[in-house]
Every structure is written in structure tokens, then in C-alpha cells.
Design a binder for this molecule. Structure first.
Ligand code: DLL
Length: 440
């Protein structure tokens, strides 16, 4: 059998779908039409929405402008749990082609479903993300997001195939073998959580292989918060462009928003399919573009499980589009309102610590936050691996330097312990940065 030669990269302009070229006005008009249809669909087919709308005294036809959406009630993760398993579904079971289940970190799982058309939309939006990141038909994509009930693996898998890429469905785990596969199969693109990318890069080092000399050119990372310092670290060590991809299972999965490798300036939300709002943390009022708050998302085309004003708990702000002028951007999500640590009254996000760790010479990006109590006060210990080339007797100075940077930059006192390289648990999927040992 002969293999098809990969022809040169297709010009980006030839790949754009119609919505990607729309102006802001065209997107807004499309959103209103689709929003009204979604509200009617949800009200007609999901008793939960009918009850909620009735209780709030609003009906789908009350939505005459996009601003009217703010009159409709929010939907939360708790609502999805309470309607476990099928209460949020708006189509007959026979029309559902796929189900994903997210375990979350606490409580009952949430169940989401997709019709044939929903799956097609999902694949096309992930394809947009990959294209924006520099991926082209014919490229090989190593997918190391977990496959299965989690939306990461299968979600990006079908998106990459939709674009015309060749997928290596590596899933998570068996790190040494993944590094071998990357060397042998020579993918141009890797899609994985940023923390697992670090694990892979360490494995390259361990095997004595230069990751920057590998076939990889583009990395698309998401499913957990990461910062600019992490982007630089990964880009340098892997010799790639590293871009962000955002999504959540309740709205679809990966691919709700994607970042352009040309601008690397945050994530464009695919506003032909999702309507974003930013609200204050109590959800009492909508905040203007440019102001940081909690992201609220409404699905505009989802058939199986329409979602109205979902409180994501993700903190970000909306900015004008750049690479896609018709769509707004969201700043990278640096934390969720619920993984924020409040340390003696100061709000601390793990990504703030991450930035400072990466700026401290001698310390590696592998760290863990252990929250405990000392003298009845909350006490945060940053356990961070020393870089292999840092002499043992220099660890105390590196730790002190990080503690001082956290004090100056974040405003809290933390204890820093530099531990041996390779001793903290490595991520193979979503990272758990914070270990809370306090009794509740
Ligand atoms: O994590 C979907 C996904 C898979 C996105 C692969 C990107 C890549 P959930 O498991 O439902 O879905 O978790 C959703 O993860 O509300 C954010 O808090 C966080 N998250 C996802 N992407 C990012 C990102 C998938 N790029 C939750 N930056 C979301 C920061 C992210 N946080």
C-alpha cells in the first residue's frame, strides 16, 4: 500500500467557514435568532426550564433583544445534578447519539448528551480551534487527553478528524510509551492538559531525547488553568507554539473557545454557537466587557441538552475579537471562583503561585499547594520540586526567594519547601493543585 504524500499546508483563508468571517453585527443577529429558538426549545421540552421561567415570570417570547437574556434565570451545576440522569434532555432518547458523564470533584455526576447535529457542531468547532492553532489537513495529532466519559479525548478526536488530520488516540497514561510514539509516529500536533505536557517533557529528558528536536510544531492545551509562564516554559522546552483551548462538558466539551497561534491573545469564543455574559460573583448583575467576573454561557444551537445561562464559575473578562473580528475573546481563565484559596482574607489562585514558581531560578514547574491549619490560622505550604541541576545546599535560598515573591506579589505569607526532583505525583489528566488538609 502506498501512503499519500502530505501536500503543503492549505492556505488558512481557504479553510474558514462562513461564520468565522462574519462581522460583529452579523454574529449578533444570528445569536438573537438562535437564542430565541433555544429558549423556546428549552421551555417546550424541559420541564425544569418551564418551571424556572414560570417562577421568574418570563417566557421565551420576552426575549426580543440579546440584552433580554439577563431576565432569564441561571442554571447551575447543582441543577444538572438534581436532574440526574436525563432530566435536562430536550429530545427523545432515540435521537441521542452520545452521552458523556462528568464526575466533578464532589457529589453526583452530571450527564450530558448530543444529537447527531450536536456532534457535528462540536467536531466543527474543535476543527476551528485546531486550524486557528496552525493545524492543517494531513497533520498528525497526538491526543493525550483522557478518552472515555471525559469529553477531552473523544471531543478533540472527532474535531481533528473533521479537519482532515490523522489522529493518534494515545489517551492518558503510559508516559514512556507516549514519548516513544511521538518519536516514531512523528505527529506535528499534541493535544493534552498543560500539566501532563510537563510530565511528557520530563520523560523526554529522562530518556535523553531533545523534545525541541521532535516533529511537534503545535501544542493545544486546556481542561485546566495555566499561565503565560507555563506557555513560555512549554514552548521553549518542546520547540512548539503553545495555544489554549477552553470548554466544559455542560456546554459541549473542549472547543467552546480557542486561541489563535498568530495572536496568542486569549480565546475567541465561538459566538455563533454560544452567548457569553460576565456577571459579578454573586450573579446579581451583568458586568460590561473588559471587566473581570464569572463567565455565564448559553448554548445557541444545542439540541439534546440546551443550556440557558450556565454559571461556569470560571473567572475571566470579555475583550473585542482580533484574529476573528466577529467573535469576542475571553482572557485566559486563571482560576475558578471555587478553587480560589482565601488565605487570611486574601484571595489566592494557584496560577498566581505558578507564575512566581516559574520565575524562580532553580525551581521546577512541579508544585503542590497544601492548605492546612497552624495555630488555628489557615496556613499554605508550597511544595515545589527543585530543578535537577540545583545543588542541594541552594534549595533553602530558592525557597526563601519564592516565599518572598509570593509575599510581594500576592500579599500572603506562605511556607515554601523545595523537595527532590521527581517526587511529587505527576499529572496524567487534570491536575489537582490544591490539597486541603483542614477539617471542615
Ligand atoms: O475540561 C473540557 C476540555 C477538555 C476543555 C479538553 C479543554 C480541553 P470539564 O471536565 O467539564 O470539561 O471541565 C470544565 O475545566 O469550567 C474550567 O474550569 C476548566 N477548563 C477547561 N479548559 C480550560 C482552560 C473540560 N483552557 C472546566 N483554561 C472549566 C482554564 C479550563 N480552565
Amino acid at each position: 500500500m502506498t501512503t499519500q504524500p502530505i501536500t503543503g499546508p492549505t492556505p488558512a483563508a481557504a479553510l474558514h467557514d462562513d461564520a468565522e468571517r462574519m462581522s460583529r453585527e452579523e454574529i449578533a443577529a444570528l445569536q438573537l435568532t438562535r437564542l430565541r429558538a433555544t429558549l423556546r426549545h428549552a421551555y417546550a421540552h424541559v420541564p425544569f426550564y418551564r418551571r424556572r421561567f414560570d417562577a421568574a415570570g418570563v417566557a421565551p417570547d420576552d426575549c426580543r433583544t440579546l440584552a433580554d437574556l439577563a431576565r432569564f434565570p441561571f442554571t447551575t451545576k447543582a441543577d444538572l445534578r438534581e436532574n440526574y440522569p436525563y432530566g435536562m434532555f430536550a429530545v427523545p432518547q432515540a435521537d441521542v447519539r452520545r452521552i458523556h458523564v462528568s464526575s466533578g470533584t464532589t457529589g453526583l455526576p452530571t450527564v450530558v448528551g448530543y444529537t447527531e447535529r450536536d456532534l457535528h457542531t462540536w467536531a466543527s468547532l474543535v476543527a476551528r480551534c485546531i486550524r486557528g492553532a496552525g493545524g492543517r489537513p494531513g497533520h498528525k495529532v497526538h491526543v493525550a487527553f483522557g478518552y472515555g466519559l471525559f469529553t477531552g479525548g473523544l471531543g478533540v478526536h472527532y474535531g481533528a478528524e473533521h479537519l482532515g488530520c490523522t489522529v493518534v488516540p494515545a489517551s492518558g497514561g503510559m508516559t514512556a510509551r507516549q514519548v516513544r510514539l511521538i518519536q516514531d509516529l512523528r505527529p506535528e500536533i499534541v493535544m493534552v492538559t498543560p500539566s501532563y505536557m510537563l510530565t511528557l517533557l520530563d520523560e523526554f529528558d529522562r530518556q535523553g531525547v531533545d523534545a525541541a528536536a521532535s516533529s511537534l510544531r503545535v501544542g493545544i492545551f486546556g481542561a485546566e488553568p495555566w499561565g503565560e509562564g507555563m506557555r513560555r516554559e512549554i514552548e521553549e522546552r518542546a520547540g512548539i507554539d503553545a495555544v489554549d483551548i477552553y470548554g466544559l462538558s455542560e456546554l459541549m466539551g473542549p472547543g467552546v473557545a480557542g486561541e489563535s497561534a498568530t495572536t496568542k491573545d486569549g480565546l475567541h469564543i465561538w459566538e455563533d454557537h454560544f452567548r457569553p455574559e460576565i456577571v459579578d460573583p454573586l450573579g446579581e448583575r451583568n458586568l460590561p466587557d473588559g471587566t473581570t467576573g464569572e463567565l455565564v454561557l448559553t448554548s445557541l444551537t444545542k439540541e439534546a441538552v440546551p443550556i440557558i445561562r450556565y454559571r461556569t464559575r470560571d473567572l475571566t473578562r470579555l475583550l473585542p475579537g482580533t484574529a476573528w473580528p466577529g467573535m469576542r475573546r475571553m482572557e485566559r481563565v486563571t482560576g475558578r471562583s471555587d478553587d480560589m484559596i482565601i488565605l487570611r482574607g486574601v484571595n489566592v489562585f494557584p496560577t498566581q503561585i505558578e507564575e512566581l514558581v516559574l520565575q524562580t531560578p532553580g525551581l521546577s514547574p512541579h508544585f503542590q499547594l497544601v492548605l492546612g491549619r497552624r495555630d488555628r490560622m489557615d496556613h499554605l505550604v508550597v511544595r515545589v520540586e527543585a530543578r535537577p541541576d540545583l545543588p542541594t545546599d541552594a534549595r533553602a535560598a530558592a525557597s526563601a526567594r519564592l516565599a518572598r515573591a509570593v509575599k510581594d506579589g500576592v500579599g500572603v505569607t506562605v511556607e515554601v519547601t523545595a523537595v527532590d526532583p521527581d517526587t511529587l505525583e505527576r499529572s496524567i489528566g487534570k491536575l489537582r493543585r490544591v490539597v486541603d488538609t483542614r477539617e471542615h
